[in-house]
Design a protein. Structure first.
Length: 313
């Protein structure tokens, strides 16, 4: 198979041995694989894959067809369209994953959309509902509203009946973000638009003092990204006075059991909303696997709405 490979801090496409599915595993012929911030950190040497996953083939989400079943695998059949969040190795023509990590691709989604769905909707759903327990009628602030997780969080918040505000640095993208269901604002001075019951933090430490200022009493802050920095000061007296909570989370290194539970929740609560048109996967651009380096450069350049997705054919 061909695969994107990290070699000496650069991305190249190389031939690798085809993986073989083990017990309860699927061999998936990958059609599309989204690029995420974690891939950029892995390329820079700061976010290695968990044990048991390819260490030099990046990629945390994929969509494709089941090419073969390992022993005792029975959730899916050969030829089924599946997608999944994985620990690594997604940016290749073939990938192996446990059948409990896989989900069916909703009818009507093409490969680019399916390849860009799992990581961002898993992350947003887990942070907003499993952690922050967002309720209908509450006010939600989403930072980085034009990104993959941001666009997912806006739509999920809107679908559950929350009132959504999103920070968007690029003024040209604000009208498109607004169409997803949010009031799109400049990040500078976002505190003035509160109070918010839930804040989804994808930027990092520089936002934390403002998040606490903008937080309502009994509010919750869910931290899922630290690209702008991971250390800062926090007024604990203000946190105590508002009886507020701060949660942190990553998806990649979770054990299989936790990923399986998250997969079933997304299957039940999220995927039907794609079938009826409530949710969509904004895809900014697609690139063939051979242009993986260019795709990463486009991702880091910013100024996009939604996902950058690699296609294997």
């Amino acid at each position: 198979m061909r695969a994107a490979v990290i070699a000496d801090g650069k991305l190249v496409v190389e031939e690798r041995e085809d993986p073989v599915p083990g017990s309860h595993e699927l061999l998936v012929r990958v059609r599309a694989a989204g690029i995420n911030g974690a891939d950029i950190h892995q390329l820079g040497g700061g976010y290695p894959a968990p044990p048991g996953w390819p260490q030099d083939i990046p990629g945390m989400e994929l969509a494709g067809e089941v090419a073969a079943l390992g022993p005792k695998a029975e959730r899916f059949a050969e030829g089924d369209r599946v997608m999944a969040v994985v620990g690594g190795g997604a940016q290749a023509e073939l990938a192996v994953l446990h059948e409990r990590e896989a989900m069916p691709v909703p009818e009507g989604l093409d490969w680019p959309q399916a390849g860009g769905l799992p990581e961002v909707f898993f992350t947003a759903h887990d942070a907003l509902f499993s952690q922050a327990q967002l309720r209908p009628g509450e006010r939600l602030l989403v930072h980085g509203g034009a990104g993959g997780v941001g666009t997912a969080a806006i739509q999920l918040g809107r679908a559950t009946g929350a009132r959504v505000t999103a920070t968007v640095r690029n003024e040209d993208l604000r009208p498109q973000v607004a169409k997803l269901g949010a009031e799109a604002i400049d990040p500078d001075g976002f505190e003035e638009h509160g109070p918010f019951d839930v804040v989804l933090e994808v930027v990092g430490a520089p936002n934390m003092p403002g998040n606490l200022t903008a937080l309502a009493t009994r509010g919750r802050i869910a931290v899922i990204g630290v690209g702008a920095g991971f250390k800062g000061e926090l007024n604990l007296l203000a946190l105590m006075g508002k009886r507020a909570r701060i949660h942190g989370s990553t998806m990649r290194a979770r054990p299989l059991e936790e990923k399986a539970i998250a997969s079933r929740l997304v299957e039940k609560e999220v995927l039907p909303l794609f079938e009826d048109g409530t949710l969509q996967v904004p895809v900014a651009e697609t690139y063939p696997l051979e242009q993986v380096a260019a795709a990463y450069e486009r991702f880091t350049a910013g100024g996009k709405l939604g996902k950058i997705v690699l296609l294997t054919s």
